[in-house]
Design a protein around this ligand. Structure first.
Ligand code: BTN
Length: 246
């Protein structure tokens, strides 16, 4: 097993950039990025979210960064472990502020049901392996007003301004600790992910193109990252984009 450098040993800061994920992708294309490298910005003019959405963030208020990692021997079928180790790390860090942060499947981090952090993972695949992964994280820290509903920040939750750089340092330490489980304890990551899952075993309403509106409860997320909902029809399994929470 290769010895990886500590995450964030190399950090590039931008006052303003289109998207830290775009920049990391560019460096990767030019073979100018190395394991553990972090790209961070105070403002993104073209911040990207999941499913082609836009990630908006007030300048200088939040933590916006991308981290590049080269996992050891991680198969495509295990790619959900990247989501898992990242989201677990975020919940652990938020718990240091006495917040009960949960993972809303697959990888939104919520507090009191409101989104506090988004994760955008872009993988570089060769043969059947993940050769490199760009993990983009947008954590709402000191922003107090949002255009959209059901969004929050650390300041709104704790009532205090928070030190972004200190939080980044702590988060990198937790990401560093948890990345080791990618190769040596996948079971732990699966268990921890489930333990931190939002609305696990709570009766809820869902929508899928195949089944329409239905109710049931989340009973599991399998090792490939698919969510399992126990319903009157039996246990239904869904991949990303196949299920909506109502
Ligand atoms: C989501 O839609 O929930 C994912 C949001 C991810 C936002 C982060 S901010 C840093 C990085 N750069 C981007 O353009 N997006 C990610």
């Amino acid at each position: 097993m290769k010895k990886n450098k500590k995450l964030g040993s190399l950090l590039t800061y931008f006052d303003s950039i289109d998207s830290t994920n775009n920049y990391a992708n560019l460096l990767l294309k030019e073979k100018k990025i190395s394991d553990g490298q972090v790209i961070i910005a105070d403002f993104q003019s073209g911040g990207r979210g999941q499913r082609g959405s836009i990630w908006e963030s007030e300048k200088g208020k939040n933590i916006l960064f991308s981290i590049y990692i080269e996992p050891d021997n991680l198969l495509i079928c295990d790619q959900s472990l990247l989501t898992k180790f990242t989201s677990i790390s975020l919940c652990e860090v938020l718990s240091l502020f006495r917040l009960d942060a949960k993972i809303k499947w697959p990888n939104d981090i919520v507090v009191d049901g409101k989104k506090i952090c988004g994760i955008l993972i872009e993988n570089h695949i060769e043969d059947d392996k993940i050769k490199g992964s760009i993990i983009g994280i947008g954590l709402n820290v000191n922003q107090e007003k949002f255009e959209i509903e059901k969004v929050t920040s650390l300041k709104l939750q704790t009532g205090k301004d928070q030190d972004r750089m200190k939080i980044l340092g702590i988060l990198l330490d937790y990401l560093d600790k948890n990345r080791s489980y990618l190769s040596n304890n996948k079971k732990h990551l699966n268990e921890m992910y489930l333990r931190n899952l939002y609305n696990l075993r709570v009766n809820s309403n869902f929508y899928s193109d195949l089944y329409g509106n239905f109710s049931g409860f989340i009973s599991d997320v399998d090792s490939s990252g698919k969510i399992e909902i126990t319903t009157d029809l039996g246990v239904l399994s869904f991949g990303i984009k196949e299920l909506k929470f109502c």
